[in-house]
Design a protein around this ligand. Structure first.
Ligand code: SF4
Length: 246
């Protein structure tokens, strides 16, 4: 019989690392607590990136873009267009030009999304960014990852944005099956990790992914999580993870 989680659509079937839900939850909590010790940011102020609108626009710019480019372009954008009203009434071509000049990829779509999203927020939401995933994903350019980023880093709400680092590390650590989509990874993580810890997961895994659990050549020998990690024990491989997600 296949063990089911409390989440009706999740099962343990596609994991390469075998353990029951209770063991997996226990290990998930140990992993998150260890990550929190390794990369501490305990206060709300250390987690928030800025007010929700800034976080939302920054997230649109950041898609498939390096952090340094995102920072530079966001600063340049907000210097010229300091708030929602300014961006809602801006010409799309001017925003596109500014993004392009600052090295941002997908500048055509992003320029359009930024102006459209700002108009919608002003007209339909009275100038406020909604604080629910369901409403956020209705905005142009905002998928689940960005919506969760706005919730966690703009509002300080419990959410787990699954970016490339969270996706890879969760699979190496056997917290999600190796071939599932980022959306599915989010479901596994929110099932396995207690809600009061969700907000720490993204920032800690991003730091871990940049410093130790790098995409190529993870430094497993010096990783404090190695005893908890099926990848380190050869039970999940890079090939397992690279195959196409569903
Ligand atoms: S042991 Fe290796 S694969 Fe596992 S979390 Fe650490 S660096 Fe990543």
């Amino acid at each position: 019989m296949v063990a089911k989680s409390s989440h009706s659509l999740l099962s343990l079937e596609r994991f390469t690392f075998e353990e029951n839900w209770d063991k997996k939850k226990e290990r998930a909590i140990k992993i998150v607590k260890k990550l929190m010790e390794m990369y501490p940011r305990r206060t709300r102020g250390e987690i928030l990136q800025g007010e929700p609108y800034f976080t939302l626009i920054r997230c649109i710019i950041s898609q498939r873009t390096k952090d340094e480019t995102t920072d530079k372009a966001s600063d340049a954008l907000f210097r010229v267009y300091p708030d929602m009203k300014a961006l809602a009434s801006a010409k799309v071509e001017d925003i596109q030009k500014l993004l392009k000049e600052n090295g941002v990829g997908l500048w055509q779509s992003k320029g359009r999304w930024i102006v459209e999203a700002s108009k919608i927020l002003l007209e339909k939401y009275e100038g406020r960014v909604p604080d629910s995933l369901e409403e956020l994903v209705k905005l142009p350019g905002i998928g689940r990852k960005c919506a969760n980023i706005v919730l966690a880093y703009g509002f300080g709400k419990q959410a787990i944005p699954v970016d490339t680092h969270v996706n890879r590390i969760s699979k190496r650590l056997g917290l999600a099956p190796p071939r599932v989509s980022p959306e599915k990874v989010e479901e596994y993580l929110t099932e396995l990790i207690p809600k009061d810890l969700w907000i720490y997961v993204n920032h800690a895994m991003v730091d871990h992914g940049k410093m130790i659990c790098r995409p190529i050549g993870p430094k497993c020998k010096e990783c404090p999580l190695s005893e908890l990690c099926p990848y380190f024990r050869g039970l999940v491989s890079e090939d397992d993870i690279k195959k196409k997600g569903k």
